[in-house]
Each structure stands twice: as structure tokens, then as C-alpha cells.
Design a protein around this ligand. Structure first.
Ligand code: PGA
Length: 236
């Protein structure tokens, strides 16, 4: 399983250090073999620890250059970062990233061999038009994306579930993940209002290979309890 925490624009460098230390210790003490990823804000990027891989929430698709406000490959390499989130709904809908730019980023970081967590998900008005409309919307988010890339992870995150406390039903998650599974062999994470007390419900579903968690993972104890639940589900 994959347990991923997206801090977004939360926590400082000092708090991220503390967080990762705590999660690392927990994973060591509990001999965790699942993949644990943390995406801190850019100012808190650092080397991965043994159990906790640190990824970038975003970076531009160049080695370096004149792209004010953006990180690029050179800055990620300084910390040996080789994991990146691409296509997150906040990048698409708040920061206005087009599918074209997202596909360019994907191609660039694929070329670099990065582990890419590629996010897809539909807004509420699409959801309200039924399953066919929803799946067509997700299909459009595959444009320019190599779904057979060996180092790919898909995160299905309905836009209306992110940061709202709302989630699809477990049946809906299973249905949508099942249909994404027809398109790719990559692990598929569910994201959107996952909390410490609900993560295990999603993790237990068919074709859910992990969770991508925002606000519910800002407290390292909550994140550790999700990691523990994933281990329990495997019967370890
Ligand atoms: P949330 O965010 O858990 O706060 O809903 C999830 C995400 O955006 O990855």
C-alpha cells in the first residue's frame, strides 16, 4: 500500500522536520513495509529518510531557468527528490494549470525517471451528470499521459471531496477505481477528505492501493494511525 501526506501550504520547515522524524521512528518501530510519502511545501524540502520518501508538490518542467516562483529539477536534485505530484486539483482549478502543461510536466519528469503521483478527479457538476460523464471527464485527464509508465501512481481525488469533509460512497470509490484499473496497472490511491478514522475503510476496497491525504494527515499521529491501519489490513 501507499500512504501519502500532502501538506499543501501548511507546516513550516521546522515542523516538517519534526513530522518526518516522528513518522520515520514510527515506521522503524513497527517494521512498516508500505510505501510512505510526504509532500511538504517547497521551503521544507529535504532528503528522504529510510521509510519516508519526500516528494515535491509541484515543479516546472525544466532543469533551471527564468520561471519566477517555480522550482525546477536542479532544486529538487539538491535534495535527491525523485517523487512528484502532478495534476493536483488545486494546481488545475486554483492555479489554472491546463492539461497541456500538466502533460508537459508529466513527460519531463517521466524522462527523469521520477515516481509520478498523477492526480485526476471530477468537479461536482460533472459528478451530478452520472457515471458516464464522470468517466469521460477522467479520460480527458489522461490526455498526454503515459498510463503504462512503470513509475506511475494514480490518485483519484474528486474535486468536491477535497477539503470539504464530503466523500463518495465506498461503492462509488470501488466502482471508479475498478474502471481506472481497466486503463492502467499503476497503483491507484483514493484522496479527498480521508481522515484517521476513515482511511481503513478506503484501504480495504478492491483496487484501492493507498490514500493521498491532506488536512487529515497534518498531525503526524493521525498519519501514523493510518499507516498502522494499512499494516493491520494486510494481516501483518
Ligand atoms: P484533503 O486533501 O484530504 O484535505 O481533502 C486531499 C488532497 O488534496 O490531496
Amino acid at each position: 500500500m501507499i500512504l501519502a501526506a500532502n501538506f499543501k501550504s501548511n507546516l513550516t520547515r521546522a515542523k516538517t522536520e519534526e513530522y518526518i522524524k516522528k513518522v520515520q521512528k514510527f515506521c522503524e518501530e513497527n517494521t512498516i513495509s508500505d510505501e510512505v510519502m510526504v509532500f511538504p511545501p517547497a521551503s521544507a524540502l529535504r532528503q528522504s529518510s529510510l521509510h519516508v520518501s519526500v516528494g515535491a508538490q509541484n515543479a516546472f518542467c525544466v532543469e533551471n531557468g527564468a520561471y519566477t516562483g517555480e522550482l525546477a529539477l536542479e532544486q529538487l536534485k539538491e535534495f535527491d527528490i525523485n517523487t512528484i505530484l502532478i495534476g493536483h486539483s488545486e494546481r488545475r482549478h486554483v492555479l489554472g494549470e491546463s492539461q497541456e502543461l500538466i502533460a508537459e510536466k508529466f513527460a519531463y519528469y517521466k524522462e527523469q525517471g521520477f515516481r509520478i503521483v498523477y492526480c485526476i478527479g471530477e468537479p461536482l457538476e460533472v459528478r451530478e451528470n452520472g457515471n458516464r460523464a464522470l468517466l469521460d471527464y477522467l479520460d480527458a485527464q489522461y490526455k498526454g499521459i503515459d498510463l503504462s509508465y512503470a513509475n506511475l501512481v494514480i490518485a483519484y481525488e474528486p474535486v468536491w471531496a477535497i477539503g470539504t469533509g464530503l466523500t463518495p460512497t465506498l461503492d462509488d470509490v470501488e466502482l471508479i477505481h475498478g474502471s481506472i484499473r481497466e486503463d492502467t496497472k499503476a497503483p491507484i490511491l483514493y484522496g479527498g477528505s480521508v481522515k484517521a478514522d476513515s482511511a481503513r475503510l478506503f484501504l480495504a476496497l478492491d483496487n484501492v492501493d493507498g490514500v493521498l491525504v491532506g488536512s487529515g494527515a497534518l498531525n503526524p499521529d493521525d498519519f501514523c494511525s493510518m499507516i498502522a491501519d494499512a499494516k493491520k489490513l494486510k494481516g501483518e
